[in-house]
Design a protein around this ligand. Structure first.
Ligand code: ADP
Ligand code: MG
Length: 623
């Protein structure tokens, strides 16, 4: 409990004791009786009264403080001191409970996201010193001991260890690392001492980016939340006008037709409806549900950048996937090398690796890996990457082109067609064909389950788009069981394909695109929901996408959909439940069946149930 909450609790106790005590003493003088009751009433209600008055001054009249102030002041004016004080008391108990629950689920989320490092160890004059991670510059060697969190992204300069990545990815399997491996902040070092050369500043490191995302995610409001805000804006004034009518009309009518007017009775009924109508259960429990859903997802390595995206996710009907790096590993192995005449196999691979040196494409990374030797970048100049085609560059003063068939056609170079299936990288030097390298990628081990999981989650169509050759694309599509496959697409063609689907889908259906962030940024920004794979690698992906899957595991898409559906179910339950109870109570209050005591119990009770229901969003079992 926070200090503020404790203060409220003390006020509740003192005021309750005083109210109970007052039941045992009988005071005849009405003014002294009023004065005595004002003590517990003001102790418990002064802040509400103050907020209500400030609200009126600022022109934001109709809020729950206003409702409570009018209802209780009215009750006291009618001589119902006990009721007036009790309503305020219960209202404060409800508010306290709610702020406690909100604080607790916030804490839950931060515990799940317990990745913020407090310090970094650096060596100064032979001794380990703890410094603020913000002060460590790029290229510094930091030392991470077993049990400590890696504070900043970097590359291991010395040491072997296994890393616990579960806080980031939700995966419990440790990851083995050794010298030369890239490591990201937020992982916990489990066994050996690691010396890490930092490659980023703390503010640019994975940890900071993720924490920013989580902290800002509640700013992007879902439609349900906006609905509630709008609803409260009309609802509260409407209720006040209704209460006013209830206080005035029946007595006036009674008076006109010659019955006793019963002013006091109708005023009490009107005040009771004011108490009942307080919309706090809805106002608090809906954002809390989304907060829980986002927190639950982040515990599974799924970062959702806002409630609106979680809401959209629950309506996903089409999932469009990129192939390379999303459904396949994006780690190609050379399966064939066919140099043209006058060129050796080694030479072909070397030229290709040099031309590809600056590209981030999985193909180029794999070629450099296959080449295996240090690349002397002074031999390379004028590099140009052509999306969906390949690269051109000057290597040792010769114009090298490396890429697919499209590139060769564009440059009007005659090429040979390999007999085996695989991704082809054709190479040309100074306009003459130099041979091809056939490489093959592997399907991710859980890609097939991922596609099946999406179907099971109710996704209508799983589509695969790729820039790769038709035969490769079709064999992968067949293996995974995707519904539709489109191949040999340029990045712009992918946008066209996605736009076709966007037109074809229903109004309430959402289209999600899953990619690795390489060559698919235009698509990511065009769709309803951009999901990026590989936050562990591609930086751009974290920024472009609405949802980031930390561990490259495509099965998490179905998990994310499951979490979003559960969250939305809770939100709808709360809306329906709270409104139903409200309307029933309002009707009963208006005809006088429900007194103010029941009114306040109904209000606080609904709120507690709604908040407890909302915290369920934090937990999701499957996946
Ligand atoms: P995908 O849809 O499979 O992710 P991309 O749009 O990234 O495909 O690339 C499409 C095709 O363009 C690749 O299959 C490859 O043939 C060619 N390509 C793209 N970039 C390169 C590169 N750097 N080197 C060689 N070929 C490339
Ligand atoms: Mg790609």
């Amino acid at each position: 409990m926070t200090k503020k909450q404790k203060k409220v609790l003390v006020r509740i106790i003192i005021s309750a004791v005083l109210v109970i005590g007052l039941q045992f003493i009988s005071v005849d003088d009405p003014y002294i009786r009023l004065a005595l009751f004002m003590v517990p009433y003001l102790i418990i209600g002064y802040d509400i009264l103050k907020k209500a008055i400030l609200g009126i001054v600022h022109g934001e009249v109709f809020d729950e403080n206003f409702l409570m102030a009018v209802a209780t002041v009215g009750a006291i004016a009618l001589g119902e001191y006990l009721e007036g004080t009790a309503v305020m008391l219960f209202y404060q108990i409800g508010e306290l409970f709610q702020s406690y629950a909100v604080g607790k689920s916030r804490k839950n989320i931060t515990a799940l996201m317990d990745i913020r490092p407090d310090y970094a160890n650096v060596e100064q004059e032979g001794e380990l010193v703890q410094v603020d991670p913000d002060e460590v510059s790029v290229g510094t060697i930091i030392i991470v001991q077993p049990g400590e969190k890696i504070p900043i992204d970097g590359i291991i300069a010395a040491g072997v260890s296994s890393l616990n990545t579960s806080a980031l990815t939700g995966e419990s399997l440790p990851r083995e690392v050794a010298e030369g491996d890239e490591v990201i902040s937020g992982c916990v070092n489990m066994s050996g001492v690691l010396r890490i050369r930092t490659t980023k500043e703390f503010g640019e490191s994975t940890v900071s980016k993720i924490l920013d995302l989580v902290e800002n995610s509640s700013m992007k409001k879902s439609r349900s939340e906006n609905f509630i805000t709008r609803f409260a804006r009309y609802y509260t004034p409407a209720v006040c006008i209704g209460a006013l009518a209830l206080a005035l009309l029946p007595p006036i009518i009674n008076f006109l037709i010659g019955n006793p007017a019963n002013w006091a009775q109708w005023l009490i009924r009107a005040l009771t409806t004011l108490v009942i109508s307080c919309p706090c259960a809805l106002v608090i429990s809906i954002p809390l549900s989304f907060f829980g859903g986002i927190g639950g997802a982040s515990a599974k390595g799924i970062l959702v950048k806002g409630s609106n995206y979680l809401e959209a996710l629950s309506q996903t009907a089409y999932v469009v996937c990129d192939k390379t790096g999303t459904l396949t590993k994006g780690v190609f192995e050379v399966s064939d090398l066919e140099p043209a005449e006058g060129m050796s196999r080694e030479e072909l691979l070397e030229i290709a690796a040099y031309a590809e040196n600056y590209s981030n494409h999985p193909i180029s990374k794999s070629l450099k890996e296959a080449y295996g030797k240090q690349i002397d970048s002074s031999r390379i100049s004028d590099v140009q990457e052509i999306g969906g085609h390949g690269v051109t560059a000057m290597v040792d003063g010769r114009k090298v082109a490396a890429g697919n068939v499209k590139l060769m056609k564009q440059m009007q170079i005659a090429y040979r067609t390999p007999e085996r299936i695989g991704t082809e990288v054709h190479v040309a030097v100074d306009g003459a064909y130099a041979g091809y390298i056939l490489i093959s990628d592997m399907v991710k081990p859980n890609a097939k389950e991922a596609v099946a999981g999406l179907k099971a989650a109710g996704v209508k169509q799983v589509v695969m788009l790729t820039g790769d050759a038709k035969d490769v694309a079709e064999s992968v599509a067949h293996e995974l069981g995707v519904d539709v496959v489109k191949s040999e697409l340029l990045p712009a063609d992918k946008v066209t394909e996605v736009e076709k689907l966007l037109e074809q889908k229903g109004k309430k259906e959402k289209l999600a695109f899953v990619g690795d962030g390489i060559n698919d940024a235009p698509v990511l920004s065009r769709v309803d929901l951009g999901i990026a794979m590989g936050a562990l690698g591609a930086d751009a992906a974290i920024e472009a996408a609405d949802i980031v899957l930390m561990d490259d595991n495509p099965e998490k898409i179905a998990t994310a959909i499951g979490i979003s559906r559960k969250t939305l179910r809770i939100v709808h339950q709360n809306i329906v439940f709270a409104l139903a109870v409200k309307f029933v109570c309002l009707a009963l209050g208006a005809v006088g069946t429900l007194n103010m005591w029941w009114a306040i119990f109904a209000d606080v009770g609904v709120m507690i149930i709604a908040v407890l229901n909302a915290t369920r969003a934090l937990r999701y079992k499957k996946g």
